[in-house]
Design a protein around this ligand. Structure first.
Ligand code: FAD
Ligand code: NAD
Length: 497
């Protein structure tokens, strides 16, 4: 069993942990990073990257129909080779994985493979591949992330009842899917499977999809998903789910790598759902994807040895958010382990990693500005937003307070018409040309890229007048963002009121 002392120990090599380790090493600290699975964590291996690769392929599939139906391009779709799709996806993940490992090695970070358990606020015991005892001179950073939340009585079996992890490594594409949960994962997977030709039912317990987003985002997204043939049930409850076998054919018919050992029928799950109006309906599908949130991972971490405990939802809250430092001085926390206002997003965890590393290196701490973190859903259509929703802005303004709101359809611009996929941009601001823009919300093609202008607008407390002063290229979708602010500044050109 080896013993090692470094300036900083980071536990968990996902986006939160490896960004902390890299930045701390770049600042001259000796860093040990402990990872029990693979460097890159959820985002790289089971989250952001593989899912966005698949959604890119889905967009290409949808493009074939658009090319044929709108543009007279005589294109037909022969089918999707799931094995080829996943090979390309996995190649992208592998390349990124190698890249991160190389960056850590170049920075001089010592990577230890194994499971870490705290034995005190500055000491860790590692079990598994490389057992040993680690000590930290300056501090520890906990970055152990999260795993899919499951529901009692609906345990995933990895085949018919699956999590987002299982969906990546399934043997093929299903003909029918019921997605439980209309947050980012549910909406993205519902969209992906619909593009791949499946019958899709999306069941959300709250009154609307993406319930934390602006109501107009939920409304436009829901309308678009329904138009694509997805059955969207909001305010709905799953009452029961029974697995069984029915019909003919198997997933291998849809590009699978091997089917189910020669069995004739296909495994199904029959779900009973109560709608918002109280009616009950059953859906027999090949796959039920459970996407009802994620829970922090702290099992076996030994938090008590450092005098720490999680909150009721399993998160570990810092005592000082500006330093991301817990009540056990020197023990910092980043990523999905954090409660709100952190956001469970990879780019938030990168920022937290930078901040924690700089604090540990003795630099003036740079707190993460959570109000200006962009939120994107990569479905078809995409959604993107930053800052306050209209309801949040109105609540913040109080009873006598005023809020200016402007919403513009993307098809009000020439480029939006070329795309022909609807969508909208919406801004929420304090009144007047010089009031601050408080939030910007978008639905439509490419809005994941369009949001970066608005994140600067919100982060820099810019006004509609500040944005309106800048000329947006014609013809682009970004013109809609320009026009949105021109109108709020009282200078609307095409959207004159
Ligand atoms: C399907 C899906 C799609 C997503 N898409 C996006 C997206 O498009 N954009 C976005 O911003 N976010 C997305 N996310 C969220 C994003 O993946 C997470 O916010 C991010 O991965 C959190 O990083 P983390 O470092 O906190 O945790 P993780 O990435 O979960 O990493 C934690 C690491 O700690 C290791 N670990 C845990 N316990 C121990 C221990 N005791 N000892 C040693 N190692 C340990 C784990 O093995 C793991 O590698 C998505 C998530 C999912 C599931
Ligand atoms: N594009 C992205 O940035 C992206 C993509 C995927 C995941 N993520 C992140 O990963 C995390 C997990 O995503 P998620 O979508 O699983 O979680 P989430 O918390 O965002 O959404 C879960 C949804 O499930 C609903 N729900 C909960 N229990 C339910 C039930 N019993 N029946 C029906 N609906 C129920 C909730 O109301 C909520 O809308 C989030 O932090 C998310 O931001 C981000």
């Amino acid at each position: 069993m080896s013993e090692n002392t470094s300036d900083v120990i980071v536990i968990g090599g996902g986006t939160g942990g490896y960004s902390t380790a890299l930045r701390a090493a770049h600042l001259g600290l000796g860093v040990t990073l402990v990872e029990r699975d693979v460097i890159g964590g959820t985002c790289l291996h089971r989250g952001c990257i593989p899912s966005k690769a698949m959604l890119h392929a889905a967009e290409l599939v949808d493009g074939v129909a658009e090319a044929r139906e709108r543009w007279g391009v005589k294109a037909t779709l022969d089918g999707v080779d799931w094995a080829a799709l996943t090979a390309t996806r996995d190649g992208i993940v592998a390349r990124n994985h190698r890249g991160v490992e190389e960056q850590l090695a170049r920075a001089g970070v010592r990577v230890v493979h194994g499971s870490a358990e705290l034995t005190g606020p500055r000491s860790v015991r590692v079990s598994g591949a490389e057992p040993g005892v680690l000590r930290a001179r300056r501090g520890l950073v906990l970055a152990t992330g999260s795993r899919p939340r499951t529901l009692p009585g609906l345990e995933p079996d990895g085949r018919t009842v699956v999590t987002s992890d299982d969906a990546l490594f399934a043997p093929g594409l299903p003909h029918s899917v019921l997605v439980l949960g209309g947050g980012a994962i549910g909406v993205e997977y519902a969209s992906f499977h619909r593009s791949m030709g499946a019958e899709v039912t999306l069941v959300e317990a709250a009154e609307r999809l993406l319930p934390l987003e602006d109501e107009d985002v939920s409304r436009h997204l829901t309308r678009a998903l329904k138009k694509r043939g997805i059955t969207v049930l909001t305010g709905a409850r799953l009452l029961d789910a029974q697995t069984g076998e029915s019909g003919k054919g198997s997933e291998s018919d849809r590009g699978g790598r091997g089917g189910r050992g020669g069995r004739g029928g296909r495994e199904t799950v029959t779900a009973t759902v109560r709608s918002a109006r109280g009616g009950e309906a059953t859906y027999t599908v090949e796959r039920l994807l459970v996407a009802v949130g994620r829970v922090p991972v702290t099992d076996g971490l030994g938090l008590a040895a450092a005098g720490l405990a999680t909150d009721a939802r399993g998160h570990l809250a810092p005592a000082d958010w500006s330093r991301l430092e817990t009540a056990a001085g020197g023990v910092h926390v980043v990523g999905d382990l954090l409660p709100p206002p952190s956001l469970g997003l990879a780019h938030a965890s990168f920022a937290e990693g930078l901040s924690a590393a700089e604090t540990l290196a003795g630099r003036a701490s740079r707190p993460v500005d959570y109000t200006a973190v962009p939120r994107v859903t990569y479905s078809g259509p995409q959604t993107a937003s930053v800052g306050l929703t209209e309801a949040e802005a109105r609540a913040a303004a109080g009873p006598g307070g005023e809020v200016s709101v402007n919403l513009m359809p993307l098809t009000a611009t020439a480029k939006g018409m070329v795309h022909g996929r609807g969508g909208m941009v919406k801004a929420v601001a304090e009144p007047g040309e010089q009031g601050r823009v408080l939030g910007v919300h978008m639905v439509g093609p490419h809005v994941s890229e369009l949001i970066s202008e608005s994140q600067l607008t919100v982060a820099w407390d810019a006004s509609p007048g500040d944005v309106a002063r800048h000329i947006h290229a014609h013809p682009t979708l970004s013109e809609a963002v320009g026009e949105l602010h021109l109108t709020l500044a009282g200078r609307g050109l095409h959207q004159h009121t």
